[in-house]
Ligand binder design. Structure first.
Ligand SMILES: [Zn+2]
Length: 397
């Protein structure tokens, strides 16, 4: 039994209830698909105090270079209101040409198609001149502490190195062939707290309102824009995501106010230069706000989120051209090379090798009735198979 049929592969995977952090049988099922193809499979347990233990999988076919990695995750987000699903979230039922199930597009579908593509490649041409590996985590939708980062470290420590990576996350907004991701914006979050002096709302000169302070500071973060965008990235954007005062009395000036923000930033910045810009804006607004005439500067402190995501852009032409050419050859459509959207595990992989992302259509990911067009599974498998041939062809040049 080989894994050449992506529909069979996906229905097997969907029937494993692998809601983070549960393995749910999904990695075992993948192992059963890959071992008969000749892959050496390792199941790697990762642990860390205060987080659930997570099982991951690394599988490699071949021992020589060039070495192509496929990366993804078998864990899925919770099903939400199970009664609201038209077909069971772990049923893999097919109706009207759609296969239903949590993870259908995000991203058991991508894994099912890549496994099928590799199986077909081997059936036609034998094993590739080089190596193919699967780096699959069970911790992408959760805290992401015991997932891709640790699996990469584990593999690198035993001497693995890669020439290129394809991540199979759903990247297409509407139709298969829309979009390849060749980079991602960075992400940085922080919380500002303004310290005022509590008092009677009728005697503001005896108090110091932190609400005036927090408004001045958050305004300075939102205006003016941080940049106008770059060749490959949209403009950086900061959103104030909450402002908290928690004051229940209308006649009391509170003592404290805080606000949190998240900024998605482009390659005009790195986390450090961005932090410096933000602090400069805050200090300026703290010193001179029209909301607090004649008052001393706003007293505030700022706490940064622990792990900012760094911006990256992949420029490896052999990788991008192989994938983009494969998409065009199979679908007749030229994919947009994009850096939009949220972060992904590609941000960790880019420290090891050039990385691009291409998978299914993302419209129903994380929703009730997550589903994939069965026809798309066949098309994506053909794209991946063409990509594999082209990439090894390029790499051999
Ligand atoms: Zn995903």
């Amino acid at each position: 039994m080989t894994a050449t049929d992506p529909v069979a592969n996906l229905s097997t995977l969907i029937r494993c209830p692998s809601v983070t952090p549960a393995e749910g049988g999904a990695l075992a099922a993948l192992q059963s698909m890959l071992s008969p193809l000749g892959f050496a499979v390792d199941r790697v347990m990762a642990t860390e105090d205060g987080t659930p233990d997570i099982e991951n999988l690394y599988a490699r076919l071949g021992t020589d270079g060039p070495h192509l990695m496929f990366a993804g995750h078998t864990d899925v987000v919770p099903v939400g209101d199970e009664a609201a699903w038209t077909h069971g979230p772990f049923s893999a039922d097919i109706a009207d040409g759609q296969m239903y199930g949590r993870g259908a597009v995000d991203m058991k579908g991508g894994i099912a198609c890549f496994a099928a593509a590799v199986a077909r490649h081997i059936e036609k041409h034998g094993p590739p001149q080089g190596s193919i590996s699967f780096l699959i985590t069970g911790d992408e939708e959760g805290p992401a502490i015991n997932g891709t980062v640790k699996l990469l470290e584990w593999a690198a420590a035993k001497g693995e190195h890669w020439d290129a990576c394809l991540v199979g996350e759903p990247t297409n907004p509407d139709q298969l062939g829309d979009m390849i991701k060749i980079g991602r914006r960075g992400s940085l979050s922080g919380t500002i707290t303004v310290h005022g002096v509590q008092g009677h709302a009728a005697y503001p000169h005896l108090a110091d309102s932190p609400v005036r302070g927090i408004l001045a500071l958050t305004q300075a973060l939102m205006d003016p824009p941080f940049d106008g965008g770059t060749d490959n990235f949209q403009p950086s954007n900061l959103e104030v995501t909450t402002i908290d005062v928690a004051n229940k009395a209308v006649n009391v000036i509170p003592a404290r106010a805080s606000a949190s923000f998240n900024i998605r930033f482009n390659d005009s910045w790195d986390a450090d230069s961005l932090k410096a810009e933000i602090v400069a804006r805050l200090d300026h607004a703290a010193a001179e706000s029209p909301l607090r005439p004649g008052r001393p500067p706003v007293r505030y402190d700022i706490v940064w989120s622990e792990r900012p995501s760094h911006v990256f852009l992949t420029r490896n032409n052999a990788l991008i051209a192989s994938l983009s050419g494969a998409v065009e050859a199979v679908t007749g459509r030229e994919p947009k090379l994009s850096t939009t959207g949220g972060t992904s595990d590609a941000r960790f992989i880019k420290d090891h090798c050039p990385v691009v992302e291409f998978g299914l259509v993302g419209q129903t990911m994380h929703m009730v009735d997550e589903r994939v067009a069965v026809a798309d599974l066949e098309t994506l498998t053909q794209i991946y198979e063409t990509f594999i041939s082209r990439w090894f062809g390029h790499a051999a040049d």
